[in-house]
Design a protein around this ligand. Structure first.
Ligand code: PLP
Length: 384
C-alpha cells in the first residue's frame, strides 16, 4: 500500500504508521544480531499496529519467523505470510489441535508436552520455553532434564529451545548474566535446531545473548527497549498521532480547566493581556491516549507539539478531548480567529516521542502502543 491521499474530514485523530520505518528497524536489529536469525514478535496485533499490515512488510524485509501470544493471532499471521514459521507463546491450548495443525502453528511448550505429543501424534514441530529466572512461563530445569534423560527429547526433538530475560532493559542487572549462564548450561544437554534468549533489549546486550535466533518486539515498532533508549533511541519512530483542534479559546488566570478543575490557569506575560490561549483537541482516553498523561496543579503532564514546538497538556484528559496550552507557542496568534479546525497537533511523532508520553503517563511505550484506539483515521505509509 502506498502513501495515498486520504479523506480525513471526519477524523478527530489520525494515526499514521510508517511501514518503511518498521522494515528499517527490522534490518537494523537483523544487522545487530550478526549471524543469528532475526524473528519478529507480532503478538497483540503487532503491538497494536496491525498484523495484516506489519507481517507482510516484515516478510518482504526478510523476516521468516514470527511469534504471537495466542493461536487466534497465529491464524492471522498465517494468512498474511503463508510461508512463515509461526510460534505461539501461550503454548498448546488443549482441544485446539486442529488449529495448530491446519495453520502450522508451533506451540512454545511450558509443561504440556505430553498432551501436545498425544494430540499431534508426535510429528509436528514445537518449541520449549525454559524457566531460567523470569518465573512467568517456562518448563523447570528439573522437568527438562528428566525429559532429556527419558529419551523423549531425542525422539521428539524441539525445533527451538528458548528462554526469556526478565531484566534485559537494565544491562548491568545481575539477573541477565545469571539467566544467560543457566540457559547456556541447559542447552548444552540437548539438541534443538535453534536456541533463543534475547528480546529487543537482549539484542543490545551483545553477541553473548544472541544464540541462533533473536525475538525483538518493541524495538521493531520504534519503542525504547532499554532504559538508555529513553534518552537516545536508535530505532526509527513508526507511529505518528495527530489530533484535530476543535476550539481555541482565551482563558482567564484563576479559572480552571477540565474535569475536577484539576489545573488552574496561571497568568501569562503576553503583551496583549495575561490570559492564556488554550486549544481543545479531538482525542481522549477512549483513543488510548492515557488519562494518566494529563496535567494538574501539582503534576506536570505530557507534551504535544505544533510546527515542531512543544506545548504542555493542561488539565485532565477526557474521554474524547484533551486541552493544550498554546500560549508560549511562537505561532499561537495564528490560531486566534483562524480556521483552527484545519490544524492538527502532534501527540506522538517526530517532536514528542512515544516513550516520553508513556513516561508522563507512568507507563511504558508497550502499553501505549497496545492501547491505541480504534477510532483513529489510520493510514499506512511507505510499504516496501
Ligand atoms: C513479548 C516477548 C518478546 C518481545 O519482547 P520485546 O521486549 O518487545 O522485544 C520476546 N519473547 C517473549 C517470550 C515475549 O513474551
Amino acid at each position: 500500500m502506498n502513501s495515498q491521499p486520504h479523506n480525513d474530514d471526519l477524523a478527530g485523530g489520525r494515526l499514521t504508521i510508517d511501514l518503511g520505518a518498521l522494515a528499517n528497524n527490522w534490518r537494523t536489529l537483523n544487522d545487530l544480531s550478526g549471524a543469528s536469525e532475526c524473528s519478529a514478535v507480532v503478538k497483540a496485533d503487532a503491538y497494536g499496529l496491525g498484523i495484516e499490515q506489519a507481517v507482510p512488510t516484515l516478510w518482504k524485509a526478510g523476516c521468516r519467523t514470527f511469534f504471537v501470544a495466542l493461536p487466534s493471532e497465529g491464524i492471522r499471521v498465517r494468512k498474511a505470510a503463508p510461508e512463515a514459521t509461526i510460534y505461539v507463546l501461550a503454548g498448546y491450548l488443549p482441544r485446539a489441535i486442529e488449529t495448530y495443525q491446519d495453520y502450522a502453528l508451533r506451540p512454545v511448550i511450558n509443561d504440556e508436552l505430553d498432551s501436545w505429543i498425544a494430540a499431534s501424534g508426535g510429528t509436528l514441530p514445537y518449541a520449549i520455553q525454559l524457566e531460567t529466572g523470569m518465573n512467568r512461563l517456562g518448563m523447570s530445569i528439573e522437568t527438562f532434564v528428566n525429559l532429556q534423560t527419558s529419551g523423549l527429547l531425542d525422539t521428539h526433538k524441539p525445533s527451538l529451545v528458548m528462554s526469556h530475560l526478565a531484566c534485559a532493559d537494565t544491562p548491568d542487572h545481575p539477573l541477565n548474566e545469571t539467566q544467560n549462564t543457566e540457559f547456556r548450561k541447559i542447552i548444552e544437554l540437548t539438541y534443538s535446531e535453534q536456541t533463543s534468549l534475547a528480546n529487543s533489549a537482549g539484542i543490545f546486550l551483545g553477541a553473548d545473548y544472541h544464540y541462533d535466533l533473536v525475538r525483538p518486539g518493541i524495538a521493531l515498532y520504534g519503542g525504547a527497549s532499554a532504559h538508555a533508549h529513553l534518552r537516545d533511541n536508535p530505532m526509527q519512530p513508526v507511529i505518528n498521532i495527530e489530533a484535530r483542534i476543535l476550539q481555541v479559546k482565551s482563558a482567564q488566570p484563576g479559572a480552571t480547566v477540565g474535569y475536577s478543575g484539576a489545573e488552574t490557569i496561571r497568568p501569562s506575560d503576553r503583551p496583549e493581556g495575561n490570559n492564556r490561549i488554550l486549544a481543545t483537541l479531538s482525542v481522549g482516553y477512549s483513543d488510548g491516549y492515557l488519562r494518566a498523561a494529563g496535567s494538574a496543579d501539582d503534576h506536570q503532564g505530557a507534551f504535544a507539539a505544533w510546527h515542531g514546538v512543544r506545548v504542555p497538556l493542561v488539565g485532565r484528559v477526557s474521554m474524547d478531548l484533551l486541552t493544550v496550552d498554546m500560549t508560549e507557542h511562537p505561532d499561537s496568534e495564528q490560531l486566534l480567529g483562524d480556521n483552527w479546525q484545519d490544524h492538527w497537533i502532534e501527540l506522538i511523532g517526530p517532536t514528542v516521542k512515544l516513550d516520553e508520553v508513556a513516561s508522563a503517563a507512568g507507563t511504558i511505550g508497550y502499553e501505549l502502543l497496545t492501547s491505541l484506539g480504534r477510532r483513529y483515521h489510520r493510514t499506512y505509509i511507505n510499504d516496501l
